[in-house]
Design a protein around this ligand. Structure first.
Ligand code: ADP
Ligand code: MG
Length: 492
């Protein structure tokens, strides 16, 4: 269901002193485009270079320099638009957004205003493994990033680093469809997953490659939208949630005291847990937008878009549905696996031709659990998908029990090796030889006549016998065979 028509969810309302309030949120996400060169120059986009090491004459706005569009950035924007189920505009226009700032040598930012490259779209946002909402996308446009002023390098001077100046950003604007901090967080997390699948932005929020302007207003349920404030440049999903909560409560406080909200640009201070006013909201006309005379309108044809569409990877929603259908996974397991593309690929390499549920269980519980504990991820996993697949095979064939498999996993993790060979050479094979199991069971029965009496009245005592026999076999007795033999011998 589209969020515009969603009735207010009572669970998500905020209780004020004078009644309930609903939060309304729209997000503007700035996502750095994955490309080697900048949007209008050949300078490198590499992160972490010496200040001003990646600055061309265009990025430094030297007189007479002309911007030339980087086609790779255009492709990335179109691919992203397709991933957002959005309208692709075959003609778009670059405008100058004029303002002065020391980190903006041109005196304007080249952006897209009236005619963005991507129009309206929609994504499914997961609130839980089984609950999705649809969130509208207003537009996606391409623009240049600014440089960075540095005020902490010298006691009396400020410096500027233009490495980032001119790097391509996609600004992705949502409709005001989100209704709680959790929904806003889930939206950003889903958008980030989609961008990472497509490979158009690495989503690294710590490096500032994905950051959000968070627009928040409050209203009485069913009333028209209230006046919003925009919280600039929030750089973690957790902070986005906190900023929404804090800002909504601030606005409710003002409204309940009979005040009104001024449309403002604000900053979130995570240390203090408050938002602070930066400036009153600027209007579009303040920027004197006009088409950049140095750039022609950007035009491409259907064939360009179709080709990109054909080469898009399978996206998370489709992958999740396929994992549920093909491997019999629960929605929860499928959600965990598709959150990152390399995790999903790893799982699929383990699961292909095997029991999907068993594979999911080993990948999620044993492997991810261990990777997490040791601060690794699948790309640095000591256990390969082939090795884990081999382990799952050995369980499936009844060669090892689930318990022995954990020991085998430990060996694979610390020493490596071929699972089947390890099971042979280290004597880890499950004992299915009923003669050997019977012998162990007979000995335990003979040594514990009192327990044999008890188990007849209390069949749950069987567990004790299983435990003893397992111990005697070094954990290698086939559990099913052991159970059958015990029941027969004890006559229960
Ligand atoms: P601007 O260009 O001035 O930033 P837009 O109309 O493009 O304004 O909106 C920017 C963002 O603000 C969008 O993500 C939109 O969903 C959101 N937004 C608009 N109105 C509201 C509102 N009343 N409450 C919360 N968010 C809003
Ligand atoms: Mg804005």
């Amino acid at each position: 269901m589209n969020a515009h028509s969603r009735p207010a969810d009572p669970k998500k309302l905020i209780k004020g002193a004078t009644g309930d309030w609903e939060i309304v949120i729209g997000l503007e996400i700035h996502a750095q485009v994955t490309s080697n060169a900048k949007l209008f120059s050949g300078a490198s986009t590499e992160f972490g270079g010496e200040p001003n090491a990646h600055v061309s004459l265009v990025d430094a706005a030297m007189p007479g320099m002309l911007p030339v569009i980087n086609e790779e950035c255009v492709r990335q924007a179109v691919r992203t638009g397709l991933g957002l189920n959005a309208a692709i505009n075959h003609r778009s226009v670059f405008d100058r957004k004029n303002y002065f700032y020391p980190d903006l040598p041109q005196g304007y930012q080249i952006s897209q205003y009236k005619h963005p490259i991507v129009g309206e779209g929609e994504i499914a946002v997961d609130l839980s493994p089984t609950e999705q909402i649809s969130v509208g996308i207003e537009r996606l446009h391409l623009e240049q990033d600014a440089g960075k002023s540095m005020h902490d390098q010298h006691p009396t001077m400020s410096f500027v680093d233009l490495n980032r100046s001119g790097v391509a950003l996609m600004e992705i604007v949502s409709k005001p469809d989100l209704r709680s901090a959790d929904e806003a967080k889930a939206y950003v997390s889903k958008l980030r997953t989609i961008l990472r699948y497509i490979g158009s932005c690495d989503g690294d929020m710590e490096k500032g490659n994905l950051r959000a302007d968070v627009n928040v207003s409050v209203r009485r349920p069913g009333e028209p939208f209230g006046t919003r404030c925009e919280i600039k440049n929030v750089n973690s999903i957790r902070f986005i949630g906190q900023a929404v909560e804090v800002e909504a409560r601030r606005q409710i406080g003002i409204l309940e005291d009979g005040g009104k909200i001024d449309q403002e640009t604000r900053l979130y201070d995570p240390g203090k847990g408050e938002t602070r006013s930066m400036r009153s909201k600027e209007e579009a006309h303040d920027y004197r937008y006009f088409p950049d005379p140095d750039l022609l309108p950007l035009e491409f044809d259907d064939a360009f878009v179709d080709d990109l569409k054909q080469h898009l990877p399978e996206l998370p929603d489709a992958k999740k549905a396929r994992f549920i259908a093909d491997y019999g996974l629960s929605p929860y397991d499928a959600s965990v696996l598709v959150a990152e593309r390399d995790q999903a690929d790893y799982f699929e390499a383990v699961a292909k031709g095997r029991d999907g549920k068993a594979a999911a269980n080993w990948v999620i519980n044993e492997l991810f659990g261990r990777l997490n504990k040791e601060g690794k991820d699948v790309s640095t996993s000591p256990v390969s998908a082939a090795q884990l697949g081999g382990l799952v095979d050995l369980i499936g064939e009844g060669v090892i029990s689930g318990k022995i498999a954990k020991d085998l996993f430990e060996i694979l993790w610390t020493e490596g090796g071929d699972p089947r060979e390890l099971v042979e050479t280290r004597g880890m094979k499950q004992v299915t030889d009923t003669g050997a199991i019977e012998k162990a069971v007979d000995e335990i029965i003979a040594a514990n006549p009192d327990k044999v009496e008890q188990v007849k009245a209390k069949p749950t005592m069987l567990g004790w016998f299983v435990g003893q026999a397992m111990k005697a076999s070094g954990g290698k007795a086939n559990p099913q065979a052991l159970n059958d033999i015990l029941k027969a011998k004890l006559g229960i």
